[in-house]
Design a binder for this molecule. Structure first.
Ligand SMILES: [Zn+2]
Length: 346
């Protein structure tokens, strides 16, 4: 078993004044707080799975400050708060070079064998023993994206929990090993995408949401009305193969993406939309994987006269112009509208 996880039943109020970058010095590493409230079971909230995505920590500490009472907290519902990659948060990166991505190593992951895999297994096992009301994992992204919630199972309580954050709901089953997928085994579960780091609206929105979740008596289990949400399904993950160089808008590298690539997020792109200019004889500039991890680049893109264009109507999400994110994670996801499948939800 790992010794990475710290588990504590109280939180000194001074922790609430601590920015994400200082948590490691105070907590010493990943920490699971169990804070008692008036109702059981606890809401499970995870933050800083990615060390540079600070809106989760900033929102939950804002919520907790609002429930201060004397020397302690008076919460409407118990809260189990998992503060993840404090070491990466200290230096403001997604994860350290010698760490795996903390949101790819939860039970159900396609990888195994690191202390972080044990850590996440321990968190899930602990919460399985205590039961949860719901699970919320809070993230930021880097491109221009609306705020939205993600679910990993088409199940009405999770869809209600997602719709509470906003109209846009994304259903995905890849990548594997994400927190919300593992926690879905224990109760309704969502990932929140709160836009870019440093935007006050992202923190505000997540804080309003988390406070509302703590006040909820129950999560509806009836069918979500199709006119209440815009449901999208992630059908593919797009990556730039590591051997290809890329740049934005200058035409210098093998692949030159449009400078404003991320303005295409959550837009239905017509056939023939320009994604990039490709130098020389580059035939397969992108690696595209479907839900079964099959290579499907030809289904979505083609190269014509050195121009990489879309071949079918698609809607991208999480397109980013940040080279580091593209190398560490991916270029974007491709989605299709999925409201027609709401009737199949369990
Ligand atoms: Zn993230």
């Amino acid at each position: 078993m790992t010794d990475l996880l710290r588990e504590v039943d109280e939180m000194p109020l001074s922790v609430l004044d601590t920015p994400a970058s200082s948590l490691h010095d105070i907590l010493g590493g990943p920490t699971l707080f169990h804070l008692a409230g008036q109702r059981e079971p606890a809401l499970f909230v995870s933050v800083l799975m990615h060390g540079n995505e600070t809106s989760g920590w900033d929102s939950i500490r804002q919520v907790l400050r609002g429930f201060r009472s004397g020397e302690g907290l008076d919460l409407p519902r118990s809260l189990s708060l998992f503060v993840g990659n404090t070491a990466a948060a200290k230096v403001g990166v997604r994860h350290l070079p010698d760490q795996p991505d903390y949101n790819r190593v939860w039970p159900g992951s396609e990888t195994s064998g690191t202390p972080e895999h044990d850590l996440m297994r321990q968190v899930v096992d602990t919460m399985a023993g205590r039961e949860i009301f719901a699970s919320v994992d809070v993230h930021n992204n880097t491109g221009l994206n609306p705020h939205y919630a993600c679910v990993n199972v088409l199940e009405h309580q999770s869809l209600h929990l997602a719709a509470l954050f906003g109209r846009i709901v994304v259903y995905f089953v890849r990548p594997r090993g994400v927190a919300s997928m593992a926690m879905a085994a224990l109760g309704p579960s969502v990932t929140l995408e709160c836009g870019k780091v440093g935007q006050p609206r992202g923190v505000e929105h997540a804080a309003e949401y988390l406070e509302a979740c703590l006040h909820l008596a129950e999560i509806p289990s009836h069918r979500v009305a199709t006119h209440d949400i815009d449901l999208y399904h992630t059908v593919a993950i797009v990556r730039v193969p590591p051997q290809h160089e890329f740049s934005f808008g200058d035409g210098q590298a093998e692949i030159s993406f449009s400078r404003n690539l991320d303005t295409m997020n959550f837009r239905e792109l017509p056939v023939g939309s320009l994604i990039a200019e490709c130098n020389g004889a580059l035939r397969k500039p992108l690696d595209v994987r479907d839900e079964q991890d099959h290579a499907v680049a030809e289904r979505y893109f083609r190269v014509e006269d050195g121009r990489l264009v879309t071949r079918v109507p698609v809607m991208p999400s999480m397109l980013t112009c940040n080279p580091e994110v593209i190398r560490q994670d991916c270029l974007c996801y491709l989605m299709e509208r999925y409201n027609d499948h709401l009737a199949d939800a369990g």
